[in-house]
Design a protein around this ligand. Structure first.
Ligand code: ASP
Length: 364
C-alpha cells in the first residue's frame, strides 16, 4: 500500500512525483498481514460483471462529447471517503465538460463489482469509474476477477492521495495509541474491526495493524466505510482504519477516539494526532491513491476531454480547500494524466501481486 511509481531505470518503485506525502509498503509485514487475511478474511459479495469493453464510438462521436449525462461509478457506499472525493470533483468536472455528472454507488466485493460493471460498459465516455488502491490489489486477491485492470480500462488520471487514521468508538477504553496497542494485545478476542471488504483500503490497513501487533481481531465487513463509520459512532463496532476524508469530521467533533495517522508526517488539519511512527509503530504506514478510468475502447479524444476536466477540477479552489480540510491533497497536474495513473496502477499491481500470492490469500 504505497504511493510509489515504477522507476524505469531500476524497475523498482520510486516515490510518486510531487507527492505531498510519502508512504512506504513494508513487504514482509504486508505478506504476513495477508496470511492473516487468509485465515480470517471473507468477502461481502460475488462478482459477475462482464469483460466486454463494448464498441467504441470512434473519434467522430468524440467530437461532440459530451452530449448527455455522464455517470461516475463509485465502488463503495454513499457517504464514504471514495464517494466524498468523487462528489467533490464531479461538480467542477461537470462545469468544465458542460454536462451533468451522476454519481452511482455500486457496492460490494471490495469494489470489484463496480469495476466489472464499468469494464463491460459502452466505451463512449458516459460511464466512468472512480477507484482507489483496490484496483491494484484485486487481481491477486480475487481468483476469477471478471476484468483485467490494465487492459480493460483506459486511465484518465490520478485524483488524490489520502492518509488513513486509526479510530475507535468514543467509549472504547484505551485513550492513547500506546494504550490501544496494549489493550489489543490483551483483549484481541473481544475486539471488532470494521472494514469495507476484502481488498478495501480499510481492510489492508487493518491487517497491517494486526500484523504489527501480532493480534487477530474479529473483522466486520461493510460495503463501504461510510456505513461502517456510522456503526462505529453508534458503538456497534470497536475499531476502524479509514481515510481522513471520512474521519476528520467525527474526530474533530469528538464523536470517535482517534489514535494515530498512518503517514510519516502529521496531517495539517488534525495537528494533535500523532503519526504511527511517533506512536511507536513506524512500520504501519498506509496511504490511499484514487484514479478515474473508462472502458478500454473509449476514444482518445474523449479521454483527453475527461483528463482536461479532471485537471481543471483539481485546481479548483473549493476542491483544494475541502480536500485540505479533510487531510488530503489533490494530485498534481502531472499526475492527473493517463500516463501517471497507468504507471501507478502497473507498479502497484506489481508490488502487491507477489506479496498476496506468497501469502496464499484469496477472497473467494
Ligand atoms: N475507502 C474505503 C476503503 O477502501 C471504502 C469507501 O470508500 O467506503 O476502505
Amino acid at each position: 500500500m504505497s504511493l510509489n511509481h515504477l522507476d524505469h531505470a531500476s524497475g523498482r518503485p520510486r516515490p510518486a512525483r510531487r507527492s505531498l506525502r510519502r508512504y512506504r509498503a513494508v513487504g514482509a509485514l504486508a505478506a504476513a498481514a495477508f496470511a492473516l487475511a487468509a485465515c480470517g478474511g471473507g468477502t461481502d459479495g460475488g462478482t459477475d460483471g462482464g469483460t466486454d469493453a463494448g464498441a467504441g464510438g470512434g473519434e467522430d462521436a468524440a467530437a461532440g462529447y459530451p452530449e448527455q449525462d455522464i455517470t461516475f461509478v463509485v465502488p463503495f457506499s454513499a457517504g464514504g471517503p471514495t464517494d466524498t472525493v468523487t462528489r467533490l470533483i464531479a461538480e467542477p468536472m461537470a462545469a468544465e465538460l458542460g454536462a451533468s455528472i451522476i454519481v452511482q454507488n455500486v457496492e460490494g466485493a471490495g469494489g470489484t463489482i463496480a469495476a466489472g460493471q464499468v469494464a463491460g460498459a459502452e466505451s463512449d465516455g458516459y460511464t466512468v469509474l472512480m477507484h482507489h488502491i483496490g484496483m491494484s490489489t484485486a487481481p491477486a486477491l480475487y481468483a476469477d476477477l471478471p476484468y483485467e485492470p490494465l487492459e480493460d480500462f483506459k486511465p484518465i488520471g490520478l485524483v488524490t492521495e489520502v492518509p488513513m487514521t486509526i479510530i475507535a468508538r468514543k467509549d472504547f477504553e484505551p485513550s492513547t495509541f500506546e494504550e490501544l496497542t496494549d489493550y489489543l494485545k490483551a483483549n484481541a478476542d473481544d475486539v471488532t474491526l470494521a472494514n469495507a471488504g476484502v481488498g478495501a483500503a480499510s481492510q489492508l490497513c487493518g491487517l497491517l495493524l494486526q500484523e504489527a501487533l501480532g493480534v487477530k481481531l474479529t473483522e466486520v465487513p461493510y460495503k463501504g466505510t461510510g456505513p461502517a463509520l456510522t456503526d462505529l459512532v453508534g458503538g456497534q463496532v470497536d475499531l476502524m482504519c479509514d481515510q481522513t476524508t471520512n474521519t476528520t469530521g467525527q474526530i474533530k467533533g469528538d464523536e470517535v477516539k482517534a489514535y494515530a495517522v498512518t503517514t510519516p508526517e502529521r496531517v495539517e488539519s488534525l495537528p494533535d494526532l500523532p503519526t504511527t511512527e511517533e506512536a511507536g509503530l513506524p512500520e504501519l504506514q498506509v496511504g490511499v491513491w484514487h484514479g478515474l478510468y473508462v472502458p478500454s475502447e473509449t476514444p482518445d479524444a474523449v479521454v483527453e476531454k475527461l483528463t482536461a476536466a479532471l485537471q481543471e477540477a483539481l485546481g479548483d479552489d473549493n476542491v483544494v480547500t475541502q480536500l485540505g480540510e479533510l487531510g488530503a491533497a489533490p494530485s498534481s497536474q502531472e499526475d492527473a494524466t493517463p500516463e501517471a495513473l497507468r504507471e501507478q496502477l502497473a507498479s502497484q499491481t506489481e508490488l502487491w501481486a507477489p506479496i498476496i500470492k506468497d501469502a496464499g490469500v484469496t477472497a473467494q
